[in-house]
Design a protein around this ligand. Structure first.
Ligand code: PLP
Length: 477
């Protein structure tokens, strides 16, 4: 489906590319374009925002929109990776501990962990809610809110799920301590040690760690930056191996940032339906952080055979420290509740009350509206900076949501060594090896887009660019 705003934006792109509007030219104002093109002012605003995000135009205060003067050719996108599709136990995740420890280094430029800077989070509103809840918080202190968790919060989550087109009863929601626990419990409830789990490649390192800790085998399926997990490769793998579960991040995956197209989501659900023993586990932790258009759909909304487990949390858009996540499932609900109880009895009631309050008062939804704009702008600046300072052989994703930029560096660069060198300059990055059980991404890195922009961050990107250039001398130098 093409939206009116994107049609209008494309018309402008064509005019800019044909030189009808030259760099530095002012393009017609919103009202003028709205009248001339016969579309609403809101459509024009969306089109202009899209053009701004794509780097074609820039707003100037009280003056209008101008074609950008320093419009540089973009870096190309990363290429698909060929993989030996074979299940393997997970090993070599030690790098992750090193990365996690960089979070608390004072003054570090944190480009490694996918954690939004606090300026992107509604810290004041959360702290107000903490104070309000604490006033009447006494009885709950003396008891456990055993699984499935606080009813008030489950009701709010069911409403939120309905608002994104995924109808779920509050009875089918289990509150967890973050999305990491949600993934852990989902796999624990549906697998036994030695089972084969299909995952995207590259994927979120926390998932690899869960697979390791549960004694499962990872089967990495190639993923495309535009299409997501390869359905064709998954089908071949399902015919060859007894795959128990397939875990995917369909909306703004980590680390590729892929937004899986609707028809691919449907094809994935259809494929899962054909293999009775297969459970699809959907991690939708980034689904709310979309940069334009509407919120992407979930796999869960396409479920017809009770074989999809949905996981998410509020860590990336409210407060990671509250440790509140959830699972929606029907068939596996009793087992998941049991595993939750075995693992830690209950999630803190206090934190559940705080999140329920923030949801019921619309604070979370309001915050999301501004956060999406802020992250989109930050991602754009980061991409521009990388384009400017990194060697021309670099390849770069252009995510339309989420928190990650994925960079493919020249093949001769060892990203783990690069991360050590960067740390000496007080910069943290996530080397590609963390996102796979293979050595395929040794020359790749992931950068966090939600950074508080400053000259220090720009200087950090410049240093990284110099380190990459030094590790990969230009062929024509
Ligand atoms: C894809 C993905 N899933 C799960 C998690 C874990 O989230 P939480 O902090 O809510 O446990 C993360 C955190 O980075 C993530 O990127």
């Amino acid at each position: 489906m093409t939206y009116l705003y994107s049609e209008l934006a494309n018309n402008f792109v064509e005019r800019i590319e044909k030189g009808i509007y030259l760099p530095g030219d002012r393009i017609p104002g919103v009202r003028q374009t709205s009248m001339r093109e016969g579309v609403s002012p809101a459509t024009v605003v969306s089109a202009y925002r899209h053009l701004e995000l794509e780097g074609y135009i820039e707003p100037r205060p009280r003056s209008g929109f101008y074609v950008r003067t320093r419009f540089r050719p973009e870096l190309p996108e990363p290429r698909p990776t060929k993989l030996p599709v074979k299940p393997k136990p997970v090993s070599g995740q030690e790098l992750v501990v090193q990365l996690i420890q960089t979070i608390n280094i004072p003054g570090i430029v944190l480009l490694g962990a996918n954690i939004p800077d606090e300026s992107f989070m509604p810290t004041r509103e959360v702290s107000r809610a903490l104070m309000a809840v604490s006033k009447n918080y006494r009885r709950e202190l003396a008891r456990y809110e055993v699984p499935p968790g606080l009813l008030e919060l489950r009701l709010e989550i069911a409403k939120k799920m309905a608002s994104i087109g995924t109808i779920t009863s509050p009875d089918n929601v289990v509150i967890t301590s973050g999305c990491q626990e949600a993934l852990y419990l989902s796999l624990k409830a549906t697998t036994h040690p030695g089972d084969v789990i299909a995952i995207e490649s590259p994927t979120y390192y926390g998932l690899l760690q869960i697979i390791d800790s549960l004694g499962l085998k990872a089967l990495e399926i190639p993923s495309d930056i535009h299409q997501g997990i390869s359905i064709e490769a998954l089908q071949l793998a399902l015919d060859q191996w007894p795959v128990k579960a397939c875990v995917v991040i369909p909306n703004f995956s980590n680390p590729l940032g892929t937004r899986m197209p609707d028809e691919r989501k449907q094809a994935l659900v259809d494929l899962a339906n054909k293999y009775r023993q297969l459970v699809l586990i959907e991690d939708d932790i980034y689904g709310d952080i979309f940069f334009e258009g509407r919120r992407p759909d979930t796999l869960k909304s396409r479920e017809t055979q009770n074989n999809i487990i949905y996981c998410a949390s509020f860590s990336k858009n409210l407060a990671p420290d509250l440790r509140i996540g959830w699972i929606c499932s029907d068939r596996f609900q009793p087992r998941i509740e049991y595993e939750k109880f075995v693992s830690n009895c209950a999630t803190s009631t206090f934190n559940q009350l705080v999140v329920a309050r923030l949801l019921s008062r619309g604070v979370h939804e309001r915050h999301l509206r501004s956060m999406r704009i802020a992250v989109a702008q930050s991602a754009k600046k980061l991409s521009e900076c990388v384009t400017h300072y990194f060697p021309a052989e670099t390849r770069l994703t252009r995510p339309s949501g989420g928190l990650a930029l994925w960079l493919e560096l020249p093949k001769s660069v060892d990203a783990t060594q690069l991360s050590h060198a960067a740390l000496e300059h007080n910069i943290s990055i996530a080397p590609g090896s963390m996102f796979s059980n293979t050595t395929k991404y040794k020359h790749c890195i992931r950068l966090n887009c939600a950074v508080a922009w400053s000259s220090r961050v720009e200087a950090a990107i410049e240093i990284l660019g110099e380190l990459v250039s030094a590790a990969a001398p230009a062929k024509h130098a």
